[in-house]
Design a binder for this molecule. Structure first.
Ligand code: URA
Length: 188
């Protein structure tokens, strides 16, 4: 039986072998596959790597990542306790939004990551991530509300980069984040 880490390593290799989004790959420093604990109960999914992530090869290591770490600490967790990845795994040029065909190209690999890890709760960060799985829902209407769909439970949250400098959204994200332990406990 392959371990979760072995399954993840295989998925990473498949992205490289299948040459997913070659134009993005060409402009990026490296593939930013995902990071953290493969046995985590919580998986966080962002949008795409930014400049710092592209350089370091890990998701959420810039300003948004720092804010995320602070919120994790608030609920008694560290980065090593969770797994974190993005929909699109190469940095889009000049941090533009990922294109629909780029998100579609990476989605099967993201699904495989979730199938390998089997988290109790999948936390989507921002509308791109939410709408990959639940295309009809609006982040402003459903943030903070767990949604059960096709055998998984999703928790849509605002994106920490969007909330960082927006006072109202920032507090909403912090409040939604604070509810994670209670949501998780109900699932176990
Ligand atoms: N924003 C994202 O969506 N992902 C990252 O990895 C960093 C910033």
């Amino acid at each position: 039986m392959a371990t979760k880490q072995q399954k993840l390593d295989k998925i990473k290799q498949q992205i490289l072998d299948n040459k997913i989004c070659p134009e993005l790959a060409e402009q990026a420093t490296q593939l930013v596959f995902g990071d953290g604990n493969p046995d985590a109960d919580l998986v966080f999914i962002g949008e795409a790597p930014g400049k710092n992530e592209d350089i370091q090869g890990k998701p959420f290591v810039g300003a948004a990542g720092k804010f995320l770490n602070e919120m994790l600490e608030m609920i008694g967790l560290k980065r090593e306790d969770i797994y974190i990845t993005n929909i699109v795994k190469y940095r889009p040029p000049a941090n533009r939004d990922p294109l629909p065909d780029e998100k579609a190209a990476f989605l099967p690999y993201l699904e495989s990551q979730l199938d390998a890890i089997q988290p109790k709760l999948t936390i989507t960060l921002g509308r791109h991530s939410l709408n990959c799985f639940l295309p009809d829902l609006s982040i402003s209407q459903v943030h903070g509300q767990p949604k059960r769909y096709k055998g998984r439970v999703y928790l849509p949250l605002f994106h920490p980069a969007a909330a960082l400098y927006n006072g109202g959204m920032r507090q909403t994200l912090i409040d939604d984040f604070a509810a994670i332990p209670a949501i998780l406990q109900k699932l176990t």
